[in-house]
Design a protein around this ligand. Structure first.
Ligand code: 6PG
Length: 251
């Protein structure tokens, strides 16, 4: 069958190196299609693993051609400690050397925080402006989506058993009952994730071992990460893990 690739490393530093190399390849592949590199990133531990010197100081990264969107975002002000934008800014964006040019970054609209449906709709409009009108394309096609995997098997803000997993029209959806705090968020929907050219999961630490076993060995349980693995197919999904997270996992 069409299993996703798994790259496993003994340490986070080695994982970061492997990930930087992968991102560089994805950038080159994107430039062969269009003069931009359009990615989406999640929060959690991902930004810190992504933001290694191997990526940030890499002279081959053409930051000014990057467009960075959020795979999910919490409905909080951009300077709030829970903001995924704030996290990415402090960990990565602020460290990009000025002379390399800056990526175009697309945060949520802070004026719409009171209404998560409006917040999601506005973010969908932001995607539409970059990817083409929704009536001309069925779904946006990201060059790369970089995701984490929660210890319950969630990814983006798509949680196990949640009705949001069945959303098949919206590109961006609100959620008011996220089991991981804070509860009010917006997220890319499953079809958007599985339509990307490439999807990367990053999962590190022994705390992820049990859930990785379920994701890989019992895909029929339908955990959100398994749904991405299955719907996207093995040639576009790559897992970057450390040895502790993947040890003993078969499938
Ligand atoms: C969020 C994240 C979320 C995260 C996972 C994994 O905003 O909460 O985007 O989807 O990626 O919860 O988080 P860790 O990598 O920290 O385990």
């Amino acid at each position: 069958t069409n299993l996703p690739q798994v790259h496993s490393y003994p340490t986070n530093d080695k994982l970061s190196l492997g990930l930087a190399e992968y991102v560089l390849n994805a950038q080159a592949a994107a430039f062969s299609r269009h003069p931009k590199f359009r990615i989406a990133v999640s929060g959690g531990s991902l930004p810190s693993i992504l933001a290694s010197p191997a990526l940030i100081d890499n002279p081959s990264i053409q930051w000014s051609k990057w467009e960075i969107f959020f795979a999910d975002e919490r409905a909080v002000p951009l300077d709030h400690p829970d903001s995924n934008y704030g996290l990415l800014k402090s960990i990565l964006l602020d460290k990009i050397p000025q002379k390399s040019g800056m990526p175009k970054v697309f945060p949520i609209d802070e004026l719409l925080l009171d209404d998560t449906q409006e917040l999601a709709d506005a973010y969908e409009q932001t995607l539409i402006q970059s990817f083409a009108a929704k009536d001309s394309v069925k779904l946006p096609i990201f060059d790369l989506i970089l995701l984490g995997c929660g210890s319950d098997g969630h990814t983006c803000s798509l949680f196990p058993g949640h009705e949001l997993l069945r959303e098949d029209i919206a590109w961006v959806a609100p959620i008011e009952d996220s089991p991981k705090p804070p509860p009010r968020r917006i997220t890319l929907t499953l079809p958007v994730v599985t339509h990307a050219i490439r999807v990367v999961f990053v999962a590190v630490g022994a705390g992820k071992k049990e859930i990785l076993k379920t994701i890989f060995e019992k895909p029929e349980e339908g955990l959100p990460c398994s749904l991405v693995n299955m719907a996207a197919g093995g040639d576009k999904v790559v897992w970057f893990t450390d040895d502790a997270a993947i040890q003993g996992v078969t499938g």
